[in-house]
Design a protein around this ligand. Structure first.
Ligand SMILES: *Cc1c(COP(=O)(O)O)cnc(C)c1O
Length: 405
């Protein structure tokens, strides 16, 4: 299928290009010594990850350890309540550890093992990426260093406990605001000293090339499974596919299955408290071109051109940029990016819980909220939503802040 001059029959071969660009977005904007480390990973990725042995081992792990394929559920009661549009969800909440993140962490850690590395390192904000990577490291017998700001360590005690139980070293970062940004800086600094023995496992389709491509490829299992399951279930393709976008990994994986189909695709960003800078994290909707964390993409900037402070009720969506591939798909118009705010999200969180018996992650509830809005407008057809994770981690916070509804 051709769209706006882009040939989607050969899209995955054409994008990113050899320098890691999706159009003008992507690239490798880091120090020289780390550039070498990225080149080593890129080369390993293209040889090891395309080998039969690697692919078969990852396949086995997905089935026997992660519990894949995850099912698709038809949301009958929710659909009936809204009208005639049928809503379906891809159940990444049923993936081991309760979210999609393990899909790329298992791939990254398996690659580290094949490359002969002893350790994986990463930063974490809310702790979700840290827990997924600690799980993968335990499975493969790799050491695992997770950098985390002291403020987040205080806020995310259960995830800190999980990482420690899984055997990871949680390294406290006390500099500056002591949150995600400082944790990223500290992890990059450690990596530049230790890159011979370890790989830095990035937690989304962000960072320098090859990570946006590699994480997308590892996540594409979601879209590939979903496409074949949905067509088997209903005899046709969905009319619309929806996923929430923070860094953009669950969305990139889901969209990969449908980019070459006559399917409308929506990425949903968090509008938080509203449109004012600092009150949301909708970088694709309101951002401008900019470089941070080693890649060029659309980014929310402050007056000085630095990454702006961002906010969302969902800590997993709280990031001032998004993956370069999303910026590209946004510019060419293949994917539409829209927003829902905190209030709409909380409403959807309760609707899905009450009508379907599925408590969604607050990140995933953004995608559900958008599907609900679309279903009211569309009158007929079908919507497939990527339910990126389960909501157990969010329950205490939601009850405290919003009460039982
Ligand atoms: C981390 C997380 C997200 C956001 O990350 P993406 O890279 O944008 O997918 C979404 N949903 C859940 C459940 C998460 O844990």
């Amino acid at each position: 299928m051709k769209f706006n001059g882009i040939d989607f029959d050969t899209y995955f071969k054409d994008y990113p290009n050899e320098e890691g660009y999706f159009g003008k977005y992507g690239g490798v904007y880091i120090d020289e010594n780390l550039k070498q480390a990225m080149e080593e990973i890129t080369e390993a990725y293209f040889t090891i990850c395309k080998s039969r042995k690697f692919i078969n081992e990852l396949r086995r792990i997905r089935k026997e350890f992660q519990g894949r394929p995850t099912p698709i559920s038809h949301l009958e009661r929710l659909s009936n309540k809204l009208g005639n549009v049928q809503i379906y969800v891809k159940r990444e909440d049923l993936n081991h550890t309760g979210a999609h993140k393990l899909n790329h962490c298992m791939g990254e850690a398996l690659l580290a093992k094949y490359m002969g590395k002893k350790k994986v390192i990463a930063e974490t904000g809310a702790g979700q990426h840290g827990v997924a990577l600690a799980t993968a490291a335990a499975y493969f017998g790799l050491e695992c260093d997770i950098y985390m700001g002291s403020v987040d360590i205080q806020k995310q005690a259960p995830n800190v406990a999980r990482m420690k139980i899984l055997g990871a070293n949680v390294i406290e970062v006390t500099k500056g605001d002591a949150t995600l940004k400082e944790a990223v800086d500290a992890a990059f600094e450690a990596y530049s000293k230790e890159y011979k023995d370890c790989i830095y496992c990035i937690g989304s389709v962000v960072g320098p090339h090859p990570f946006p491509m590699m994480v997308r490829d590892f996540q594409s299992i979601v879209g590939i499974e979903a496409r074949s399951q949905f067509t088997e279930m209903t005899g046709e393709l969905p009319d619309v596919v929806v996923a929430c976008v923070g860094g953009g990994s669950n969305a990139a994986g889901m969209f990969a299955g449908f980019l070459n189909d006559p399917v409308e695709i929506y990425g949903v960003e968090p509008l938080g408290r509203g449109k004012k800078l600092g009150d949301h994290a909708a970088s694709l909707n309101y951002g401008e071109e900019g470089i941070m964390h080693g890649f060029n993409s659309l980014m929310l900037k402050d007056e000085l051109g630095n990454p702006a402070p961002v906010y969302s009720v969902a800590s997993g969506l709280d990031y001032p940029s998004s993956g370069p591939e999303h910026a590209f798909l946004h510019d060419i118009g293949r994917v539409k990016y829209d927003v829902v705010d905190d209030e709409e999200t909380i409403e959807a969180f309760y609707m899905l819980s009450r009508l379907e018996g599925i408590i969604p992650a607050i990140e995933s509830a953004h995608a559900v909220a958008y599907a609900i809005k679309l279903a009211k407008k569309m009158k007929k057809g079908s919507i497939l939503v990527n339910l990126s994770g389960r909501g157990d981690k969010d329950m205490d916070y939601i009850i405290e802040k919003y009460g039982i509804r």
